[in-house]
Design a protein. Structure first.
Length: 209
C-alpha cells in the first residue's frame, strides 16, 4: 500500500451547536487521495457481496432507508395502541460511534461473518500505522497516529460500521453469555425479542393477539 495513503488530512467542521472553542463540537472529515477513494469503493463492493446484512438494519444499506424504520416503529405503536397493549421502545444514541469503535473488533467481526482472510488483511493494512494532520486556519498541525475508530469521509467506513453493529445486535438477540468480539459481552437476556419482523407478523393471519 502506498505510504501516501496512510497519511491523511483532517478538516474540522463545526456542528453549529455549542461552544465554538470546544473541540468536541467539531466533526473531523478525512481528506484522501482520489486513487484511495476508488480503492475503497472496490473493497466496499466486494465486502457487500461477501457479507449479508440483517433485514433489521436500515442504515448504509442499498434500497433501505431509516425512514422505513421510523414507519415500522410508528405502525407498531399504532397497532399496540389499537389492542390497548403496552409497547416499549428503546432508543440509543451512539455518540461519536465512528471515533470510538476498536479496530480489533472489525477484524474479528469480518472473520466471524466468513470474510476471506486475504480480504481481512487487505482492509487491516489500510488502518495499520495510519497517521493524520489537522488543517486549521493557522496552518497544519504536526503528524499524529490514529489507532481507534474508522475514517470519516471514507467510502468503506459506513459498511464497516454497520457490519460491526449488525453482528453486535445478532449476539444481543441470541441471549446472555454471548461475546461480541473481545470488547463487548451480553450480560443479560431480553425479556421478549422485539424485531422489525414482528411488523409482518402483526399484519399476518390473525394479527396481534
Amino acid at each position: 500500500m502506498p505510504e501516501a495513503w496512510r497519511d491523511s488530512i483532517i478538516v474540522p467542521i463545526f456542528k453549529r451547536k455549542g461552544d465554538a472553542m470546544d473541540c468536541t463540537n467539531y466533526r473531523g472529515i478525512k481528506l484522501i487521495a482520489h486513487t484511495m477513494r476508488i480503492y475503497e469503493r472496490l473493497l466496499d463492493m466486494r465486502l457487500r457481496e461477501m457479507v449479508e446484512i440483517s433485514p433489521d438494519q436500515f442504515g448504509f444499506v442499498p434500497e433501505r432507508s431509516t425512514i422505513d424504520a421510523i414507519f415500522i416503529a410508528r405502525q407498531l405503536m399504532e397497532k399496540y395502541r389499537e389492542k390497548n397493549k403496552p409497547c416499549h421502545l428503546a432508543f440509543l444514541d451512539l455518540e461519536k460511534a465512528y471515533d470510538r469503535l476498536r479496530r480489533t473488533m472489525f477484524w474479528e467481526v469480518m472473520r466471524e461473518r466468513g470474510t476471506p482472510e486475504c480480504m481481512v488483511r487487505t482492509v487491516q493494512v489500510m488502518y495499520d500505522e495510519s497517521t493524520a494532520r489537522v488543517r486549521t486556519s493557522h496552518g497544519m498541525t504536526s503528524k499524529f497516529d490514529i489507532t481507534v475508530g474508522v475514517y470519516k469521509g471514507s467510502a468503506l467506513s459506513p459498511f464497516l460500521f454497520i457490519m460491526t453493529l449488525d453482528t453486535v445486535v445478532k449476539h444481543l438477540l441470541e441471549g446472555p453469555n454471548k461475546n461480541c468480539g473481545t470488547e463487548v459481552a451480553v450480560v443479560r437476556a431480553r425479556y421478549e425479542k422485539i424485531t422489525t419482523t414482528s411488523y409482518s407478523a402483526g399484519h399476518g393471519d390473525g394479527g396481534y393477539r
